[in-house]
Design a protein around this ligand. Structure first.
Ligand SMILES: [Zn+2]
Length: 902
């Protein structure tokens, strides 16, 4: 870690300005007779300050949790609740420092007001659903910054100890689900771009009367050709201004001409899929191969209807590789078996890839024959699985047929590969390997080849035994694919989830052969794209296949001082081929304002983005799994941030722990991260399936899923619910109401759960229904439609991993809750699973992850003790003046942002 404590004098700061700002009282919104949603900002909510606007620093009025630092915590080391430390007025004005309550309050604030991207700054929480209006800046769900008042230089940035970065999820659905404008430039020279820095035209480009466009990133003029010229009116506005989405919207897409094609001189093709199915003995014994066949059938039927131009191939493997000829002229499936595993070749070319609509009868016949083999051919099943060779075969097939343009492999694996290339039979799990990075040369090599061929792999792993996921998963990691693990796979329990996960991997697909570039105003440049594909460097990442969950965290560094109170622009441009083979560029634009006041910087921090970048930074450096050390580094990071705030901003003389309002739940999330499965100590295993699959979730999950994973949401169904609780506010069923916040907020701690209660719990991918033998029988009857006399609580099952539909209020409200979670994380299905003490075998394990505020079995502290310990460290640092001081005498301009590199 850097040591900048030698930096000179401290800056005397007055009392926080917040005390001068009038407090507004929050009103509970009454539900209108007819639920509606307005796109105008409501009068009460529109007054958040506007750091993007170019106004002199320091005059921004703040409201709605903008500036009042939160006071709570440990006076004389005794934890005192926030309520004791705050006046009633404060409590009404700001959201809670408890994650569970903060989420409900934040959602309530966005029932009636939309997020206006040019007027509002810090976005809602990642777990809040909201309507957004793109006013020339992108929806923050698609692109957001960690700080909206950007420190003017590295010295001020380092005094906050916070990362200056951005989080992108370019294809996530916006609400309302607006279709992104597509501008066709394929018959011209392409979109208007700056001749110097190549930035794409955006709402902050300006135009001059002498037919030039001035770039907002580098200020260079570019002459306009006839495709981009339009006369200016006397106000300097283009006459076609209101017909140009690229001048009006933060997020737009361009259809681009041939020169943007990935392979010169070759037309683009629609997306090609390969289904790679494990049919070795273990896959057939746990029946995951049968579930996979069902998944493949579902996916192909989906592709046939929804992605009619796409092509598919089916390859199965055990100790041989089986190709299938799916040519539409055939009456039935034709199988080609390849037993050469070290120098794989394609036995067929024509008929390997087909359009499902043309060949559905041959495809169905192939799947039926595979099913018959799995069910009846027991004596010919093979234990060995040549996953490495089969993967290579799939890559060669895609590379050959698409002439190097790429495609997507959807693979299953139920055992450690023990034959062919990538044979891992000698690999065992122990505590000797202290890394989660791949150390197998074959899988590293094929990872590179997949990336070069723009092919991604989604891997569905159903083995209970060790499969060396750091190796077999590596190609998935570098190709931005999904890895999903089903421990103790059982067809009754897991088939529905596996089929839906495979379907998600197809239906979520946006395009392929993509390249990302982020540009920013002079003074900042890219320090790191957090991507395994480029080795976590500043090289522009290639993304073989894009899906809606695709998330990229970007860290910036300073190259020179930023002009105070000016707008600082950021643009992400993603060049890709869509699933129909159309080459496009999607551009996203956001901005922040350079600021020289650390007070103002701390007010406009986007905590969820900060959490996301800190986590990506940790997992990008997991070459050495010394988790005790990593936890300490996270603790140091947290106490550094809070010490800087306390020393330079809060100005409070209180002995209590003071948290910045914008970061008040940061300790809860970072503590939860320290307790994650990935970081559990284990003297016997460092690369076990559970640890590695948890590691992958941090790559696969979008930011909303990560927040729910870290701190699961628990909501009670047994409480007396108000009429509007768990009802949607708007007619599109997007915004869920939870008016009785104090009744509905349940902290993730054992002491908050009551015996006889009934809860729905969501961890980002699964909904758990918690109840026990004392839960009210009539509640269970209304909720699940079970008869209390005939069904014992431990015999209740949820068919198909879903809540049954019943005509009762509580059943409808519970389904609303599940729908809301589905919509927030962008899934069409999340499994619902019962969670009962002494009944469900996974109970203890799941509860260990859910109750993240409690002391863990690893003896990592409870949340309250953690705050006490952090507070002690902060006091110590303050006493020793062990913090970065502000120094106005000379600006350090060329520091790179190294603080976060642990
Ligand atoms: Zn430029």
């Amino acid at each position: 870690m850097e040591n900048l404590t030698s930096s000179v004098s401290s800056l005397a700061l007055g009392d926080s300005e917040s005390s001068k700002i009038p407090l507004s009282t929050s009103k509970k919104y009454k539900r209108p007779n007819r639920a509606y949603h307005t796109f105008e900002s409501s009068g009460s909510g529109g007054a958040t300050s506007l750091p993007q606007l170019e106004s002199p620093a320091g005059i921004h009025p703040t409201k709605l949790g903008g500036s009042q630092p939160q006071l709570f915590g440990a006076s004389n080391e005794n934890f005192v609740s926030q309520e004791a430390a705050l006046s009633m007025q404060d409590q009404q004005r700001i959201t809670s420092h408890y994650v569970s309550t903060q989420r409900l309050e934040d959602q309530q604030q966005y029932l009636k007001r939309s997020f206006l991207t040019s007027q509002d700054s810090v976005p809602p929480l990642a777990t809040t659903q909201f309507y957004c209006v793109d006013q020339g800046s992108s929806d923050p769900r698609q692109m957001c910054l960690t700080m909206y008042n950007i420190p003017k230089n590295e010295q001020l940035r380092s005094a906050t100890k916070l990362p200056m970065g951005a989080v992108l999820q370019p294809f996530t659905d916006s609400t309302p689900n607006a279709i992104v404008d597509l501008i066709d430039t394929s018959t011209t020279n392409g979109p208007l771009r700056c001749r110097r820095c190549k930035a794409y035209v955006n709402p902050a480009f300006s135009f001059t009367f002498d037919s030039n466009a001035v770039c907002n990133f580098c200020q260079i003029s570019t002459p306009l050709d006839e495709n981009h010229y339009a006369p200016l009116n006397p106000n300097g506005l283009r006459s076609d201004f209101d017909q140009r989405p690229d001048l009006l919207k933060g997020t737009v897409e361009f259809r681009v001409p041939e020169k943007y094609n990935p392979v010169k001189g070759i037309p683009n093709v629609p997306l090609h899929y390969v289904f790679l199915i494990d049919i070795s003995t273990l896959a057939n014994e746990n029946k995951s191969s049968l579930a996979t066949i069902e998944g493949v059938r579902t996916c192909i039927e989906y592709i046939c209807t929804n992605q009619p131009n796409c092509k598919i191939a089916i390859i199965a493997y055990d100790k041989h590789i089986r190709f299938f000829n799916l040519r539409p002229e055939l009456m039935q499936a034709q199988e080609y078996i390849v037993s050469e595993l070290h120098d794989v070749f394609l036995p067929i070319y024509n008929g390997l890839f087909v359009t499902p609509a043309d060949s559905m009868h041959v495809i169905q016949d192939t799947l039926c024959k595979l099913t018959a083999y799995i069910e009846d051919g027991k004596f010919s099943h093979c234990f060995e699985a040549c996953y490495g060779s089969a993967l290579d075969a799939a890559r060669i097939a895609l590379d050959t047929v698409t002439a190097g343009q790429g495609g997507k492999i959807i693979a299953t694996l139920s055992t450690k590969p023990t034959i062919g290339v990538g044979n891992l039979s000698v690999k065992t799990d122990n505590a000797l390997k202290k890394t989660l990075n791949c150390d197998n040369d074959f899988y590293k090599k094929i990872g590179k080849e997949l990336l070069n061929s723009s092919v991604s792999v989604d891997l569905f792993c159903t083995s209970s035994a060790f499969v060396d996921m750091t190796s077999v998963g590596h190609p998935t990691l570098v190709s931005s694919g999904y890895l999903k693990y089903y421990p103790n796979f059982h067809i009754d329990k897991d088939e529905f989830t596996l089929v839906n996960d495979m379907l998600h991997s197809v239906s979520n697909c946006i395009g392929y052969n993509a390249q990302l570039k982020v540009r920013c105003s002079a003074g900042l440049s890219i320090y790191n794209y957090y991507s395994a594909s480029n080795g976590y460097s500043d090289r522009e990442p290639r993304i073989p296949v894009l899906h809606k969950d695709f998330t990229m965290n970007v860290l910036f560094k300073y190259t020179e001082q930023l002009p105070v109170s000016k707008n600082i622009h950021f643009q992400a441009a993603l060049l890709y081929t869509d699933i129909d083979g159309v080459r496009k560029v999607r551009t996203l634009n956001v901005s922040g304002a350079a600021n020289d006041s650390i007070h103002e910087v701390f007010k406009f921090v986007n905590q969820d983005a900060v959490v996301s970048i800190i986590i990506q930074d940790v997992i990008s450096t997991l070459g050495n799994c010394n988790f005790v050390n990593i936890r300490k580094l996270i603790d140091d990071k947290l106490s550094d941030i809070l010490t800087q705030y306390r020393a330079l901003v809060s100005g409070s003389s209180s002995s209590q722990l003071v948290l910045p309002d914008s970061l008040k739940t940061l300790p809860a999330y970072l503590l939860a991260f320290e307790k994650t499965e990935m970081m559990k100590n284990n003297n016997k295993s460092t690369q076990g399936n559970s640890r590695v699959s948890d590691f992958f979730l941090y790559h696969n999950f979008n930011i909303t899923q990560i927040m729910f994973k870290l701190y699961p949401q628990i909501l009670p169904l047994h409480e007396l619910l108000g009429e509007t609780d768990f009802m949607f506010y708007d007619e599109n069923d997007e915004l869920l109401q939870t008016d009785s916040v104090s009744n509905l907020s349940v902290r993730a701690t054992r002491s908050a759960l009551i015996d006889g209660g009934c809860y729905l719990i969501f961890d980002g991918q699964t909904v758990y229904l918690w109840f026990n033998e004392n839960t009210n029988q009539f509640l269970l009857r209304d909720l699940l439609g079970v008869e209390p006399d005939t069904t014992k609580f431990d015999a209740i099952t949820l068919f198909g991993g879903s809540l049954p539909e019943a005509d009762t209020e509580i059943n409808m409200k519970a389904r609303n809750l599940i729908k809301n979670w589905r919509q927030l994380v962008g899934r069409s299905y999340v499994p619902v699973i019962p969670l009962r003490p002494h009944v469900d075998s996974y109970y203890a394990h799941v509860m260990g992850a859910v109750l993240c505020e409690d002391k863990s079995i690893e003896m990592i502290e409870s949340y309250e003790n953690y705050l006490v310990s952090i507070h002690r460290t902060i006091k110590e640092k303050l006493k020793n003046e062990d913090f970065v001081k502000l120094n106005n005498s000379k600006d350090h301009e060329h520091f790179s942002q190294k603080f976060i590199q642990f």
